[in-house]
Design a protein around this ligand. Structure first.
Ligand code: 26W
Length: 768
């Protein structure tokens, strides 16, 4: 796109005048942000229109979450005008960094939502016709604060400064019908820019509104609750994102959200097809649908319902659905596989429930063993089974994860239809996770191998022979990034982290299986070891944590409290704080991740083997030249395949060992045999830390008390973790160590989301 500074500034000033009655000298940050964004939106409109009007088979990516983060810098980068806009702003004495105050669009919880965001960007970059369909939550994932070490949650008013990157399309509104209410689904379209290629795809987010007077008939047909009540409820559907990650909660409002997304999106798609004069029977020639986990799976019976509503017989509708839908699983945790009470669905969505029941009968009629194959059982609808039964393709998100799906989680289904199952290892967009978050390192790479890697990440391997000459600049850039992060943490979290310390980082959602507790115990182990002299010459290290806990997840919140207590103990210890610092940064989100990922020395990926489907944070650190301290879990396995196990720090039980160990596991014995571990763990229960709510002692109980203590083998892996972690910290600083970092960087090509979406396009979507 060609960018002319004068034209751009004039546009911007025009918008300031017409929409905010101000000019460059009087505009506030918010006004400037909106005017700049809207000026860019004007420039991109022709490309957006052109991309939309191209006729070809498309994929609709249905997802309850899109964790987009802050749009402005990313969009300017993809459009190739980040530097131009920055210098245009300088020319009027404004600093582009002021947009750092713009809120993140945190319309997702964690990995699954961020993956969807990366895939949209990569698809646009690869010129693949991928449309995102999601929900425009009024409040995104809660904002996290700490009070006395405890997590507190506040509403996330992400629209505070407005939403200049969305266009509301009233003309595309559709009515979504529940048994007790009709609501209007109004789409807001966000442009998704390909990297410097003129492609502009669309993320369509639905917002619920009361049906309007112009929908007079819908309004009049309404039964049940009073109309006033109904209008009040309508907006509530898309009010908030459910903040639970990995646990199913059977809340009717969540079911409403899921159906709202599914029905609105499918109505929209069928309407477009009809408007283009195509027969619905040809749907699969024009569309393919990706179901991002089970959350949008109710789209399957909804499509059947809509097609039958057009007079199509069930069998034909079923055939079409089975050509259109594909399903991605993102977790093997039983508590996350969605199941809905049959009555709840039947009450809220009677026609949809009928379609689900028809699928169940169809499955039965095929003579499948009902003990193994069912969609409805014991008055419960199993959404994953419905998805697998109907979908053309089912995929896991890393090799090891897909193998577990085939061998365990969905074994019977796999044996019945092995051809359905494929692996597509996750990826991340290198534009956001290297070019944008680490411009100095990106420029260094450009200067050595050119910029082909921006869109072909495998080219990074050209760096391999250049590693020795890269070392000095790489070290300098890392240390500058650390300095910046240290300043930011000081400002944001009030903790002093000396930039020359090793930055050992664990950032991700808080979950027992991810084992932040294991990391915390190692920190205490080092702390006591330094104090009593058993740990000598400890290399100065800062342990950084960032994580949100689901508000109702008690043990996860206990881990946060524990780590905050450890931080207070360590950082205030005059002697030990020369060697160690601990910080739990508040409100970890995409924007914080961008600052952390480029500054980390160690990437902690320490889930119990078999539990982390893939992980994508691991890939972000790798791409920024960070070694992984991790288990053989998720994509860590493939990181080792690509970069060499010897260039990472691997410890702990493998999936096979986990299976075996669990049969005779006795955590109390391990504690008794390891006095240092006993001491660290003991702080949860011996009064070392303030525990007014008793959550620390509950956490202690979860590890050594009750009947299934230490479900995630924290204690089992502890000794090996310490051994490998100590080794890593001692290796740090040598040229050998930094070479490992760079080998990881140079081997990260596989983990480009460009590769992932190309795999989907070829193996699943069959689009070009
Ligand atoms: C029903 C509640 C619920 C909410 C969120 C269930 C499940 C989820 C997600 C599936 C959790 C999630 O984000 N999974 C993560 O997906 C990433 C992208 O594939 C993977 O990299 C992570 O390993 C996986 O935990």
């Amino acid at each position: 796109m060609k960018f002319e500074r004068e034209v751009f500034l004039k546009e911007t000033e025009g918008i300031l005048a017409s929409e905010y009655a101000c000019d460059f000298s009087t505009a506030g940050k918010k006004e400037l942000y909106n005017a700049v964004s809207k000026a860019v939106m004007r420039m991109v409109y022709p490309d957006w229109k052109a991309t939309r009007e191209k006729e070809r088979k498309r994929c609709a990516y249905f997802s309850a979450e899109f964790l987009m983060g802050r749009a402005i810098f990313n969009n300017l980068l993809d459009l190739g005008i980040l530097d131009e806009v920055s210098s245009a702003l300088s020319s009027i004495k404004e600093d582009i960094d002021l947009f750092e105050e713009v809120e993140d669009a945190a319309l997702g919880n964690g990995g699954l939502g961020r993956l969807a965001a990366c895939y949209l960007e990569s698809a646009a970059t690869k010129n693949l016709p991928l449309d995102g369909y999601g929900i425009r939550y009024r409040y995104g994932l809660f904002r996290q604060t700490f009070e006395n070490g405890y997590q507190h949650e506040e509403g996330d008013d992400w629209l505070r400064w407005g939403d200049p990157w969305s266009v509301k399309r009233e003309e595309d509104a559709v009515v979504v019908t529940f048994a007790d209410q009709k609501v209007l689904a109004v789409p807001y379209d966000m442009p998704v820019f390909g990297y410097k290629n003129g492609v502009v795809n669309t993320l369509r987010l639905w917002s619920s509104e009361p049906v309007r007077p112009f929908d007079f008939n819908a309004f009049n047909e309404m039964k049940g609750e009073s109309k006033a009540q109904d209008n009040f409820n309508a907006t509530k559907i898309t009010d908030v994102l459910y903040p639970n990650d990995n646990t199913m909660v059977g809340k009717i409002l969540r079911l409403r959200q899921q159906y709202f997304l599914a029905s609105a999106s499918l109505q929209d798609i069928l309407k477009k097809l009809k408007a283009a004069g195509k027969p619905l029977s040809a749907l699969s020639s024009f569309y393919t649908f990706q179901l991002n986990d089970t959350h949008p799976v109710i789209a399957i019976p909804e499509l059947l319902r809509l097609l039958e509503g057009e007079g199509m017989p069930f069998e034909e509708a079923f055939r079409i659905a089975s050509q259109c839908f594909n399903f991605t699983n993102h977790t093997i945790m039983a508590e996350a596989l969605e199941k809905w009470d049959s009555l709840a669905i039947a009450d809220l969505l009677p026609e949809v429930y009928e379609e689900i029941a028809a699928c169940q009968r169809r499955l039965e009629s095929e003579g499948a063993d009902p003990a193994k194959f069912y969609i409805i059982r014991d008055n419960t609808v199993h959404m994953a089974n419905l998805a697998i039964y109907v979908s053309a393709k089912v995929n896991g998100v890393a090799e090891i994860h897909t193998n577990i799906l085939k061998r365990e989680t969905f074994r019977d289904w796999y044996e019945r239809s092995p051809e359905k199952f494929v692996n597509i290892t996750n990826g991340i967009t290198p534009r956001r996770w290297l070019l944008l978050n680490n411009p100095a390192l990106a420029a260094l790479i450009d200067s050595k191998i050119g910029d082909g890697w921006h869109t072909d990440l495998k080219e990074l391997k050209k760096l391999k022979p250049l590693i020795p000459e890269l070392l000095p600049d790489f070290k300098r850039i890392k240390s500058e990034n650390k300095k910046k992060l240290s300043e930011y943490i000081k400002m944001h979290d009030g903790v002093e982290i000396p930039p020359e310390f090793i930055f050992d980082v664990q950032v991700k959602r808080l979950h027992e299986y991810k084992r932040q507790l294991l990391n915390a115990l190692s920190v205490l182990y080092f702390y006591f070891g330094i104090k009593d002299g058993t740990v000598k010459n400890f290399p100065p290290t800062a342990f950084l944590f960032g994580a949100k806990a689901a508000p109702g997840y008690f043990l996860a919140k206990a881990v946060i409290k524990f780590i905050n207590e450890i931080a207070a103990l360590v950082n205030s210890d005059e002697e030990v704080s020369k060697y160690m610092r601990v910080v739990f940064v508040a409100n970890y989100n995409v924007s914080y991740a961008e600052k952390i990922v480029c500054a980390a020395d160690v990437s902690e990926q320490i889930s119990m083997a078999g539990m982390e489907a893939s992980g994508t944070g691991n890939m972000k650190f790798m791409l920024n030249g960070t070694v992984t301290l991790g288990t053989l879990d998720g994509a860590n396995v493939e990181i080792c395949e690509e970069a060499g196990r010897a260039n990472n720090y691997i410890f702990g039980a493998t999936v096979e060992e986990v299976e075996a160990v669990k049969r005779f596991y006795c955590p109390r014995e391990i504690v008794e045999q390891n006095p240092a571990l006993k001491r660290a763990l003991g702080t949860l229960a011996d009064g070392t830390f303030e525990d007014g709510t008793g959550m620390l002692s509950k956490l202690y109980e979860s590890i050594v008390g009750g009947h299934s203590p230490d479900r995630y083998l924290v204690l089992y892996d502890f000794a090996d973790y310490i051994r490998v972690k100590e080794g890593l910290l001692r290796d740090y600083g040598s040229d050998e160590y930094f070479k490992k970092c760079l080998i990881n960087l140079a081997s990260a090509g596989k983990f480009s989301a460009d590769r992932s979406v190309s795999d989907y396009a070829r193996l699943v979507w069959k689009i070009k």
